[in-house]
Write a protein that binds this ligand. Structure first.
Ligand code: G3I
Length: 541
């Protein structure tokens, strides 16, 4: 991380070493920490942190540093913590979070500038004009404090503006300032920190429902008014006793609006006490949320709301419920941790270093003055052959996903020796096939080339057509099709025909001899054929 403007560092935090926590033995997924897998995907995995355990508990601090590459202040950056009295700012807790993040190469998501909860009463009691001024001043001072500091990368600008029916929450913000407080908050935040990603955040908007659709419509409308809404936060406070939301579909529709999505506060509560079945269900909820974020490219990451059951808002808010996080109250990893880990790690199949087998010797057919069709026997691979390249010496003439390729643009009356190689998804390349040689026919004069196509065939006959293309302008053209014995051209159109043995020479009709540079014309014919099935392609010269 580049040199950063140092946030103020409290003495307590500066003195406390980050030592490895003593954790109980864990199952076999103990490879890399969560953050390594998230970073490998260009995403974050974060945690909401409380300043007290961060300052006082080595195990808390150690896990917070080693497992996460993003942190959110659970409470330290809220209005009641940062401006408890009007224009009296206190950034002690916020700066502690910033300092910790800077020490551990983590990004900070600011939470939250405008919310109806944890906002001091002095704000709520203001009249409309003073309330708007206070909001602008608060945002300017709080977001402005960390503007230009690359540790602070994003903000929850407004939090929970909807009620569960999808109507705007009739908070004191709404009642005093009207709906415009939302757009104003974003504009004030953009003015305070031009570089931060600005989010609107809410709960119960994880699936497609009335509330999330109201959020969707609001974000779409605000962005149409050039209000700087960059991001949507899906808090994701889930419970195993409720169904799992269609979060991936919902994420994708916000992503399709052009905004970033993020899971800002996931926890998955249950009726306590825990048991193996509840833990397993909880783990699948965590896994499916993380997999949804991994699958949606505009999902920037997942933050758990705390990480140990020792410190969680849930039991105080939902009596009889808890155990919502990924570590237990003794800092032991739960199945939910493994679920998050494995969802981030994905299918880490070992690198494929096995090359496909060499392709069969290519066979040339339909050789013309400017092209030829090559076919060959398929290669095999331990994973999957993804394609083939046809070479003339070291020059790649073309590529194909199939076991054939029609070369064009070749030089008339020229000898070609070609071979084929196979490729797989990991970029392994097979040994070269054996070579095959062919010589292109003598092309029509003036850089013209002729391409044959079998239009139809039936017992005893067939219809063919030829397209003549000239690189330079011409006033006439001629091309000869030589079939094997047994084939006889019996009728033709858009051309004049003369035959000699098995060679049929076609010249232009009076009306299609003039072709501009790059121009083309097509003629057709009917032939008889003593063989069975479609006749072999002619040699064109
Ligand atoms: O700081 C005071 C302390 O001085 C006092 O002694 C103590 C007495 O109860 O209260 C402390 O304040 C508590 C505060 O957390 C800081 O710990 C509040 O009572 C308590 O209500 C508050 O709870 C927080 C809650 O938001 C408030 O709504 C939770 O910790 C926090 O996890 C939770 O987080 C919210 C997100 O910000 C927004 N999304 C929903 C999420 C859960 O509610």
């Amino acid at each position: 991380m580049s040199r950063l403007r140092r946030a103020l560092l409290s003495g307590v935090l500066a003195a406390l070493p980050v030592a490895a926590a003593v954790l109980p033995a864990v199952p076999a997924h103990a490879s890399a920490p969560l953050r390594a897998h998230a970073e490998a995907r260009g995403k974050f995995v974060g945690a909401a942190l409380a300043t007290s355990p961060l300052a006082n508990e080595t195990a808390y601090r150690s896990i917070a540093a080693s497992e996460f590459n993003q942190v959110t202040a659970e409470n330290a950056m809220k209005w009641d913590a940062t401006e408890p009295s009007r224009n009296q700012f206190n950034f002690t807790g916020a700066d502690q979070i910033m300092a910790f993040a800077e020490q551990n190469d983590q990004q900070v998501h600011g939470h939250t500038l405008v919310w109806h909860s944890q906002t001091p009463s002095w704000v709520q009691n203001l009249g409309a004009t003073e309330m708007r001024e206070a909001m602008q001043n608060h945002i300017s001072r709080v977001a402005g404090r960390y503007a230009g500091n690359p540790v602070l990368t994003s903000w929850d600008v407004v939090n929970e503006v909807f009620d569960d029916n999808g109507n705007l929450r009739t908070s004191f913000w709404y009642q005093k300032l009207g709906e415009s407080y939302i757009a104003d908050a974003f504009r004030y935040a953009r003015a305070a920190d031009p570089d931060a990603t600005l989010c609107i955040n809410d709960y119960n908007v994880e699936g497609v429902n009335a509330k999330s659709t109201a959020m969707y419509n609001l974000v779409k409308s605000l962005r149409a008014q050039n209000v700087p809404v960059d991001c949507v936060g899906l808090q994701s406070h889930l419970a195993i006793q409720y169904g799992f939301p269609n979060i991936r579909e919902n994420m994708q529709r916000f992503a399709d609006l052009g905004v970033e999505v993020r899971v800002t506060e996931i926890d998955v509560r249950m009726q306590t006490p825990r048991d193996a079945a509840k833990d397993a269900t909880q783990a699948t909820y965590y896994s499916d949320v993380v997999k949804a974020c991994v699958a949606v490219s505009r999902c920037s990451g997942v933050t758990v709301w705390g990480f140990t059951d020792k410190y969680s808002w849930v039991p105080d808010t939902f009596p009889g419920q808890g155990a919502a996080l990924i570590y237990d109250e003794n800092y032991g990893k739960k199945p939910a941790y493994t679920a998050v880990h494995d969802a981030l790690a994905g299918d880490e199949t070992p690198d494929d270093t096995t090359a496909p087998s060499r392709p069969g010797t290519p066979a040339a057919s339909n050789v013309t003055a400017s092209g030829a069709t090559l076919t060959w026997a398929a290669s095999t691979d331990n994973v999957r052959v993804t394609g083939y390249d046809v070479y003339r010496g070291t020059t790649r003439l073309g590529s194909s996903a199939a076991t054939s390729l029609t070369l064009t643009g070749l030089t008339p009356e020229t000898a070609y020796t070609v071979h084929v190689v196979a490729r797989d998804a990991a970029g392994n390349v097979s040994d070269p096939s054996a070579t095959t040689a062919f010589t292109t026919g003598s092309g029509p004069a003036d850089g013209c080339s002729a391409a044959y196509r079998l239009v139809n065939s039936w017992q005893g006959g067939f219809q063919g057509e030829v397209t003549v293309t000239c690189t330079a302008a011409v006033t006439s053209w001629k091309t000869t099709l030589t079939y094997p014995a047994g084939v006889k051209v019996t009728q033709n159109w858009s051309s004049a025909l003369s035959t000699s043995g098995t060679a049929s020479t076609f010249t232009n009709a009076p009306w299609n001899g003039n072709l501009p540079a790059g121009g083309s014309t097509t003629f057709g014919f009917i032939g008889s054929w003593t063989g069975t099935g479609a006749p072999p392609a002619p040699v064109i010269s």
